[in-house]
Design a protein around this ligand. Structure first.
Ligand SMILES: Cc1cc2nc3c(=O)[nH]c(=O)nc-3n(C[C@H](O)[C@H](O)[C@H](O)COP(=O)(O)O)c2cc1C
Length: 188
């Protein structure tokens, strides 16, 4: 019989490495006329429709204040070829540097929010903050997607995922299990 003695203890401060969240994303804001962007690894879909997304954005981030003050942002989804730039974006602050200029990002005006879309990214989701009740205690924002865009020139985007230790997993082969989705036919 297997007992926990046959298993390896995993440190609690590294549990985040076991549960891989969504792809690494960029969150852009515009506050006091200045656009900014941060890297975000702790995110997940919460609801299909209207689409709701949860993002952890800490008060140490310049973006936190921008999000609280404006109630708006854009979630941009970069592809694997942008990975090193995206990590660099997450290692400096908009409080000190113009990240759009420094990283050569092309800001595109959206339709619903003032925060810019990023042309280099495969997808862009315009969001409004829907719930900040857990922002103080857990840095958790619920964001409602109000417009979403994809780049038609990127047919098969390869996203990348944060493993929590400075290494990243790139999207691999796609497995089609639609035939098994008997209860959830409306999703396929
Ligand atoms: C791969 C990666 C993932 C990150 N994920 C998060 C995250 O989920 N939440 C967060 O608050 N900061 C996260 N960060 C840190 C922010 O991106 C970083 O603090 C950034 O400098 C904030 O920029 P700002 O001060 O311009 O808002 C991450 C950084 C990296 C490199």
């Amino acid at each position: 019989m297997i007992t926990v003695n046959d298993l390896r203890v995993h440190p609690l401060d590294q549990v985040h490495r076991l549960i891989e969240p969504g792809p690494v994303i960029l969150v852009s804001t515009e506050w006091q006329g200045t656009p900014n962007v941060m890297t975000n690894g702790f995110n997940m879909m919460v609801r299909h429709a209207p689409p709701l997304i949860a993002c952890t954005i800490g008060p140490w981030d310049h973006s936190y204040t921008a999000l609280v003050e404006t109630g708006e942002c854009v979630i941009s989804i970069p592809t694997a070829d942008m990975a090193a730039t995206v990590v660099d974006i997450g290692n400096c602050s908009g409080a000190d540097v113009d990240k759009f200029g420094k990283f050569g990002l092309t800001a595109v005006a959206g339709e619903a929010v003032r925060a810019p879309l990023i042309a280099e990214c495969w997808a862009n989701i315009e969001c409004r903050v829907a719930d900040t009740r857990l922002a103080d205690s857990h840095s958790l924002f619920l964001l409602e997607a109000v417009r979403a865009w994809t780049d038609p020139s990127q047919e098969a985007p390869r996203l990348f995922h944060h493993r929590g230790d400075g290494t990243f997993t790139l999207d691999g082969p796609v497995v089609d299990l639609k035939a098994h989705m008997t209860k959830w036919q409306y999703l396929v």
